[in-house]
Structure formats: C-alpha cells, structure tokens
Design a protein around this ligand. Sequence first.
Ligand code: GLN
Length: 453
Amino acid sequence: YSSVEVTQHFLDRIKNLDGQYNSFITVTDEQALTQAKAADELRAAGNANEWTGVPMAHKDIFCTEGVRTSCGSKMLDKFIAPYDATVADNFNKVGAVSLGKTNMDEFAMGSSSESSFYGAVKNPWNEEHVPGGSSGGSAAAVAARLAPGITATDTGGSIRQPASFCGVTGIKPTYGRVSRFGMVSYASSLDQGGPIARNAEDAAMMLNVMAGFDKKDSTSIDRAVPDYRADLNKSVKGMTIGLPKEYFSSDLDPAMAQTIQDAIKEYEKMGATLKEISLPNTHLCVPAYYVIAPSECSANLSRMDGVRFGHRCEDPKNIEDLYKRSRSEGFGDEVQRRIMLGSYALSAGFYDAYYKKAQQVRRLIKNDFVAAFNDVDVIMSPVAPSPAFKFGEKSKDPVSMYLEDIFTLATNLAGLPGMSVPAGMINDLPVGLQLIGNYFDESRLLNCAHQFQ
Ligand code: GLN
C-alpha cells in the first residue's frame, strides 16, 4: 500500500467512528495527505526509511506548528503553536504522517478524560466507561484502530492508566529521556512524554524516534539512545521480578489480584524468579504527589493570563479584571482547584510545611526503589486498582479520582520508567500489568512486555 492509501484508511476510520469516541480534538486531513504524498515520492526515489509515510498522531499537549494545540482547555482553544515540540519535530524528520491531535483531560489533570473542554472521551470497549486519563484520547484512538500509535504524556500515570483501561501498550520513559521542549508543562519535575501503541514492538519503534538528548530542554539527559527493538526477543529466563507487598495488599480487588498474579505466573513459566519486596513509603505517594503536582502546575499555568497566552475575556475594566475573568472563564473546575491548592502550598507561610515536606517524602520514595533495584531486575504490579470505571463515578469526588493513581505515581516521583501491558479482562474490560524498571532500563521493560505478548 502507498502511504496515501494507508493515511486515507485511517482518516476514513476517524471520520466514520470518532463521532462515537471523541478521541480526536483536531484532524489534520489535508496536511496528512500532503505529508503522505511526499513520503510516497521519497519511497519511489529510493529514499525511504521504516518511518517514511507511517501515520501516527499527537496528544494535544505537544506543540505542532500551524496547528491548534489546545491541551484540552478553553484557555488554549485558539492557540496555534508557532513551532513544533521536539517530539513532533522528530516524527516529521523521519517522515511520519501526523493525522491530528488527540483529546485529553484539561492540561493533563485527571484520570478519566472527562475534564476536556471538548467533551469526554469514550472507551471503545464499552462506551459507558471512561478510557482513563489524561491521555484517554491517545489510548482510545489506538484501541479503536484510528491510528497505529500516538504520543502521550505521563505526570502521574497518564500513559499507563489509559493504556490499561483501553487494552493497549504504553511506556513512560525515565525522566529526562524524552524532550519536554514544546510539551505544555503541567508539573515539570514529573512530566515525561512516551508512546501509546498496539504492542511493545510498535512502542519501541516510536520510542526510538522520541528519545534523545535535546539542548532545548535543560532536564534532558545526554546519554546514548539504544535501539529499543534490539532486546525484544531476549529470554526473561534468570530475571528477578520484584512484587511490592504494599501493591498487593488485602485491599486490592480480588479479581484484579487474580488477573495480575496470573500474568506474573507466565513470567515464572518463562524462567523468571519472583521475589516479594517492600516499598515502605508507598502510602505517602498520593499525598506527596498531590502537593508537588498542583504546586508546579500553579507556577506553570501562571503564564496563561489572557495577555501573553490564552483566552481573553470581553471588555476588561482594568488589568486585575482582565486576569480574573480571563482565567475564570478559560480554566475548568479541576484546573482551578489545582491552582488554588498549589498556590496555597507554595505560599510563604506554608512552603516548609507542605511543598518542602513533600519533596523530602519524595526522596524517601525514591530511596525505596533504589534499594529494591539492588535485589530485582524489574518490578511488577497492577496499573490501577480497577478496570475502567463509569462516567461520573469519580468525577464528583476529586479524592476518589486521586486515589485512582495509587500505583502509578511512585514511578514519576522517583523518575523511573514504567509501562502498561495488556494482562487480561475483568467484566469484559481490559486491565494492564505494570512493569517498573531501573533508570534507563526501558529496553528491559519492552523486552518483558514483548515476551508476554
Ligand atoms: N491523574 C494524575 C493527575 O491528575 C496524573 C495525570 C497525568 O499523569 N498527567 O495529576
């Protein structure tokens, strides 16, 4: 097939099916077909690589030159990015075709994709259920085969949890592995881009394009990028898998425990050894994260003031009125809640009690993992406490939504790579197995996932 044919195939699927799922915010048909045509010409001239003309899409958090980059918010509804994020640029450089931009929780805050200004995303497995979040659009679109692979971001689980809910594969790399340049910031010390794809092999192929040093991102790490497909077929024989007892407590839903344990048994059959480990500060992940992430978000989102960036209210009376009304109208409820929480935690009188304390706790959480990786090669657990929940089930109670992230936050707080691989079904809904690796051990996670698939 030519790239134009393949691209048209996916554009047709989006047109015919996405009315149901709402997984795309913007579809760039014309641009995609122009890119596909150019790719076909390159191929005819014998100048193609494996990516030439392959369709994909981006989460709407990555800036894409000349195309709206909304971050799921009214605030950026009219924002046309004047430049490409490094991740988008990398895909352009290898000749990939971008189909458009996928839906997400507003500013990536959420675990259900219900908080988007553009409406909620539906889970293709059952449309009464959420697709997870915040990268719900990316995961749902891959699950519905509207694109073979889509970029996403993960601040506290936003790649892994939607991948789990939608039965697809996603990897959040080590902090600093993928450039954050041009990725709208939520919580800068936690944010990391990564792929969502059908399987580990496709995810590895995407990560090959996404990963690498970028001098435009001061937290990017200058370290050689391996070929992430090189180790896919290695045996897992002799590998030691750590099972954190805090992640398999008696509170864990029995069906979830069973599904995850069955998946882990497959690794034992393949010759891996299981070892119970302890991550004693696990109970502090949710409280520490929900101080650090809102704090950083309150600082990052201060640039959306209706002057330099973002929605501007009608007819402002003075500068204060302009700020107040522009921000009240532009930001949704959850974003406003986080800005208030973060501003409070960072205020002079409370900084030591909240933000500083949370950073100290974060170090303890990291140390738990450093100690664990002295004894094991990879850690396995559920991705989320349950399969995809129903619309409205948690959106009215923010704390119940925050608890949804209990198994995914630690890897972001520690900066470690984490992955979700489809493990089985509960009540006709998919659930993922979480793989957590040591720093820069993405190849091992992809290897483990590929051996299971
Ligand atoms: N659910 C978490 C939050 O709302 C994580 C979101 C994310 O990883 N972007 O902050």
